[in-house]
Write a new protein. Structure first.
Ligand code: FAD
Length: 637
């Protein structure tokens, strides 16, 4: 396997401009001769599909939800970063670049991150032009707030529904192209494999989720914008449908999977309430602009929050990280919460919670201002917990939220499989070992609106693309493999439900490959996962058949992939004996319990090559070169 990041030469600031000039173009009149298959209609997929169609390409777009506007991006609450410096508080492209590289604990590519910071400013203009109702100050200028890991206010937001509003913008652009017949939209349609012809991605196999029909689609390039895989942990803030299937099946066809163990645990989620739960709820990081996090100083203190005097409270983030305080990055804030709970100072049932308290802000700013900023989040919290956060502090605890790992891509967002491009959360590109809040929306839209539309043209103009139809033997064979797997799942007829297996896998992953990892635990997980997988293929019960809407069959297929993918995550976590960002190896920590990187041995991207189910994958290294930032110990003190 060859990994060539294809980072353009020249000064960091000029790379993207120069590259755009150097790339080949497809003549406007020729674009309609090419078809691009875009799998995914979240922010990354919808923005890409709409932009490519606007340019003149024929696009087929796929999603498993009933409408593209129900993609998981709709759940994003807090905001989207951009280096506009509207606040005049010292922001710049270079600062956003630096914060992101440092936030990712120096495990991301400089060139990609710099480009992300550069195009961040265009995203806001694009979305405003589409009518996205970003929050504004009284005088009409756009409002900003702060997110973790930054000391400037650069986060644009639409109350607590930023993802939804951004998605409506991208969706309108997509719908326009659907109306113009430049995009053919396939909703309730799941991609189950990719088809390679002469080593290039030339098609996909899909299943219509309503009638079970298996279909072949051919194209000149394939784009995966299929989101993250946090649901491997069963409990996460992700929508229940989020899965790894598209990426994992591409991996099985030869695409490298990069840094699969890099998972983000978000510090502010509603704590787990019991075994019945199948989903966790995020309380946006934006709340940490005005909420203060604390626990009692004394272990085992069961008094109500209001009865604990100021002098007996530990505002531990403000104490430990005075410069960033409650806006310390997610990995650091999550570990700090776990630490105080492990000391017996957690609050609420089971002691797995910390307070997020708005009393000071309400006193300072008034209830109305707080309601304007976070009203819908407060309402959501009250509906779930039955507690009114205007009156009593919220209780929060870390939960799985985002996956920094993903399919390996070069600077052009193309995987090592020619023609297979990967965007948004599905790729590994920009966030290193820890993503900063409000940076995922920025990355997904940067990829879809501003990067892929250029780079895919260069691919199409340069690659030798022979005409391929769906009768090609590669389509026939791939379809046969897909249908065989589906019928295998239906024939098992065992006793345990898909969810039962998923819960079991999730617990193993959380216990051994979650917020803290170590050699012994990861080895235990690597023993347990194949056992669960074997039991799954022997005893899972998938009722019904494959010829109609059968959600158990959908879930079973996705879980079968998680059951293989989980092993890959553990191999990656076991190999990386350093701690960095969200990857905390207990063996590698400083005296005060912070993540201890090992730059000498681990300044690389680990890109894994598939070698068969249950066989250890082969690791390839993309060494990361830092020419513009100095690798230093990440400090938020
Ligand atoms: C609760 C929550 C709040 C968040 N808040 C923020 C925030 O405030 N700011 C921020 O920057 N980030 C936030 N994030 C992260 C951010 O929302 C996501 O990373 C981002 O929206 C992912 O976008 P995407 O387009 O890559 O994927 P998604 O939006 O997940 O879209 C994936 C698409 O792929 C399709 N798909 C997947 N697999 C298949 C398949 N096999 N076949 C066909 N279609 C398929 C789906 O149908 C969907 O259309 C939040 C995340 C969560 C969970």
């Amino acid at each position: 396997m060859q990994l060539n990041a294809k980072i353009p030469a020249g000064p960091l600031e000029d790379k993207w401009d120069q590259h755009r000039f150097d790339m080949k173009l497809v003549n406007p009149a020729n674009k309609r001769k090419y078809t691009v298959l875009v799998v995914g209609s979240g922010l990354a997929g919808a923005s890409a599909a709409a932009s490519l169609a606007e340019l003149g390409y024929n696009v087929k777009c796929f999603c498993f939800q009933d409408s593209p506007r129900r993609a998981h991006s709709i759940a994003a609450q807090g905001g989207i970063n951009a280096a506009k410096n509207y606040q005049n508080d010292g922001d710049s492209v270079r600062r956003l670049f630096y914060d992101t590289i440092k936030g990712g604990d120096y495990r991301a590519r400089e060139a990609n991150v710099y480009r992300l910071a550069q195009v961040s400013v265009n995203i806001i203009d694009q979305c405003v032009a589409q009518g996205v109702p970003f929050a504004r100050e009284y005088g009409g200028v756009m409002a900003n707030r702060s997110f973790g890991g930054a000391q400037v206010s650069r986060t644009f937001y639409a109350r607590g529904q930023t993802g939804q509003q951004l998605l409506l913008g991208a969706y309108s652009a997509l719908e326009r192209q659907i109306g113009l017949k430049k995009v053919a939209m396939y909703s309730r349609c799941e991609m189950l494999d990719i088809v390679l012809v002469d080593g290039k991605a030339r098609g996909i196999i899909t299943r219509d989720l309503i009638n079970g029909k298996i279909e072949r689609h051919a194209g000149d390039a394939v784009v995966l914008a299929t989101g993250g895989y946090g649901n491997v942990f069963y409990l996460s803030t992700n929508a229940k449908g989020c899965n790894v299937t598209a990426s994992y099946r591409a991996y099985k066809r030869g695409a490298a999977f990069a840094n699969p163990c890099f998972t983000q645990i978000h510090p502010t989620c509603i704590p787990v309430a019991g075994d019945h739960q199948s989903k966790l709820t995020l309380m946006s990081e934006s709340l940490r602009n005005d909420g203060r996090i604390w626990v009692p100083k004394k272990a085992g203190d069961t008094r109500a929050a209001k009865d604990i005097p100021e002098s007996e409270r530990d505002y531990y983030l403000e104490r430990k990280y005075p410069s960033f305080g409650n806006l310390s990055p997610r990995d650091i804030s999550s570990r700090a919460a776990k630490e105080v709970c492990d000391e017996g100072r957690g609050v609420g049932p089971g002691g797995l919670g910390v307070y997020l308290d708005f009393a000071d802000s309400i006193k300072r700013l008034g209830k109305n201002t707080i309601a304007e900023r976070y009203g819908n989040l407060f309402e959501m919290y009250e509906r779930i917990t039955g507690e009114n956060p205007y009156e009593v502090p919220m209780r929060i605890y870390p939960a799985v939220h985002y996956t920094m790992g993903g399919l390996w891509v070069d600077y052009n967002l193309m995987s090592n499989v020619e023609g297979l491009h990967v965007l948004g959360e599905a790729n590994f590109s920009d966030h290193g070992a820890n993503r900063l809040g409000a940076s995922a929306l920025m990355q997904g839209l940067a990829d879809g609106y501003f990067i892929l539309p250029y780079t895919i043209g260069n691919y199409i103009a340069s690659a030798k693309l022979n005409p391929v139809t769906t009768d090609h033997p590669a389509f026939v064979e791939t379809e046969r493999e897909v249908t065989t797997r589906l019928s295998q799942l239906l024939q098992i007829n065992g006793k345990r439900s898909v969810d039962d297996f998923h819960r079991e896998l999730g617990k193993v992953m959380w216990d051994y490959c979650g917020m803290a990892r170590n050699d012994a635990g990861l080895r235990t997980a690597l023993e347990r996962i194949p056992q669960i997988r074997e039991e799954f293929w022997r005893d899972v019960r998938v009722p019904g058949n494959g010829e109609y809407f059968n959600q158990e069959l959908e879930k079973a297929g996705r879980l079968a992939d998680f059951l293989e993918f989980a092993e890959l995550m553990c191999h990656d976590a076991l190999m990386r004996t350093e701690s960095c960002g969200g990857h905390f190896r207990t063996e590698s920590q400083t005296e005060d319990g912070e993540a201890k990187r090992d730059d000498e041995n681990f300044t690389f991207v680990a890109a894994w090559e598939y070698k068969g189910v249950g066989t250890k994958p082969t690791m390839h290294k993309e060494v990361l070169e830092f020419e513009n930032v100095h690798l230093s110990t990440r400090s938020y003190k």
